[in-house]
Design a protein around this ligand. Structure first.
Ligand SMILES: NC(=O)c1ccc[n+]([C@@H]2O[C@H](COP(=O)([O-])OP(=O)(O)OC[C@H]3O[C@@H](n4cnc5c(N)ncnc54)[C@H](OP(=O)(O)O)[C@@H]3O)[C@@H](O)[C@H]2O)c1
Length: 371
């Protein structure tokens, strides 16, 4: 369907003056950010009928041009007028922003798909990965949470195993890219890398001080993703993986043991995860490979002797999760090791949000405006 765009008006106005077609009025919050700009790309590739697209940023970026389906659109700030003039909000503006606005949009009849952690653990808000728990999308809540990027790729890889043989325990170590922290973090890595390379071989310290991260990220690995709070020896990111994985897999009684160690690495884009999973009944590496090969949203890349395994640079820009290095763990019965890689900005964020929107559309849950 050829979309009709008009970011300036809350009504559906065709630029060529012809009759309007049924379609949605969509706002993308955080449209200039690492995730928001990817949302615009993935939405642009989607068949979702969109009549108006409003890119929203903080007041400092108002007027910045972003591109959607070949059109340049000027960003606007959040304002009361927007509340009644959109059917769908995809928010990548952070928890502090959407917390204040989500219920206002929802009360006015719009669905809000939020990329932040603000609502993820609310009992009445579904936390959805469409290939894993589409049944959670009932329409009962107009606010829908999209999980943390590390959680999404983990549950896409593990849910087929859980459904087939049950999971007792998950031990996951992540190698997370800097784009997971947003555009400022990418700039920080780039500036430190350039500084070190310019200084010559042998120097590992940058004179560019860390601002986004607690330490230099260039040529380093930080065993801290997000923050340590309240004396908890696990970071907030590690706790998110535990809680969100349980919610998505329907583990209400905490039967599944989950232990996460999250590490930030100087990779631009795509998170990698080393996963050790203990199953309730045996599953061989060969059976696991076959199972995952036929599961949605996954690609198995597993010929290690030929040097074929998932890598961050290959996952970049892709909508699938990649799994390889599938092998039995000889140290413990019913345990497998896997290497799981996904593009944090696509599958871990934008693609998941847009797939949720498409699922709402195919279930006819979204309000359609006809101009
Ligand atoms: N990065 C990832 O891989 C990833 C994955 C999953 C989830 N998330 C979540 O997605 C959200 C966005 O992350 P990000 O990495 O894209 O951050 P980012 O690159 O820093 O972008 C933040 C965006 O929010 C906008 N914004 C800030 N304050 C605003 C306000 N008051 N009103 C409207 N817009 C405002 C910014 O606009 P300006 O240009 O004006 O600053 C920018 O467009 C966060 O909640 C994050 O936790 C991120």
């Amino acid at each position: 369907m050829n979309p009709v765009l008009d970011h300036r008006s809350p009504t559906n106005v065709r630029r060529n003056g012809g009759p309007s077609v049924p379609g949605y009025r969509v706002a993308v919050l955080g449209a200039t950010g690492a995730v928001g700009s990817e949302v615009l790309k993935v939405l642009g590739e989607s068949d979702l009928p969109i009549n108006t697209l409003t890119p929203v940023t903080s007041p400092r970026s108002v007027g910045t041009l972003v591109t959607f389906r070949g059109e340049d659109l000027a960003c606007v700030a959040l304002a009361d007028e927007l509340v009644d003039s959109v059917d769908l909000v995809i928010s990548a503006a952070g928890g502090a922003v959407i917390e204040d606005w989500a219920h206002r949009f929802a009360d006015a009849g719009a669905f809000v798909i939020d990329k932040s952690s603000a609502f993820r653990m609310d009992d009445d808000v579904p936390l959805v990965v469409p290939e894993v728990n589409p049944e959670a999308l009932t329409g009962a809540s107009k606010i829908i949470a999209s999980p943390n990027c590390s959680t999404i790729q983990l549950v896409v890889a593990l849910s087929p195993i859980h459904r087939t043989v049950g999971i007792e325990r998950i031990i996951v170590s992540t190698y997370q890219s800097v784009s997971g922290t947003g555009k400022r973090a990418v700039d920080e890595l780039n500036r430190q890398l350039t500084d070190i390379v310019d200084a010559g071989i042998g120097c590992a310290r940058s004179s560019v001080p860390p601002e986004v991260y607690p330490h230099q990220i260039a040529f380093n690995a930080l065993p801290q993703v997000e923050s340590f709070v309240g004396g908890d020896p696990y970071t907030t990111e590690e706790r998110k993986i535990e809680k969100e994985t349980r919610k998505i897999l329907g583990d209400k009684t905490e039967q599944i043991g989950i232990s996460a160690t999250c590490v930030r690495v100087p990779v631009h884009r795509a998170h990698s995860e080393s996963v050790n999973v203990e199953t309730s009944t045996p599953l061989s590496a060969t059976e696991c490979r076959e199972l995952l090969r036929h599961s949605p949203g996954l690609q198995v890349v597993d010929e290690p002797e030929a040097g074929h395994y998932p890598m961050a640079i290959d996952a970049e820009g892709k909508d699938d999760v990649f799994v390889g290095r599938i092998r039995e763990d000889a140290s413990r019965p019913n345990c497998l090791n896997l290497w799981v890689v996904g593009d944090n900005l696509r599958k871990g964020a934008a693609t998941n949000a847009v797939r949720i929107a498409e699922a709402l559309h195919s279930q006819a849950l979204l309000r359609v405006a006809v101009g």
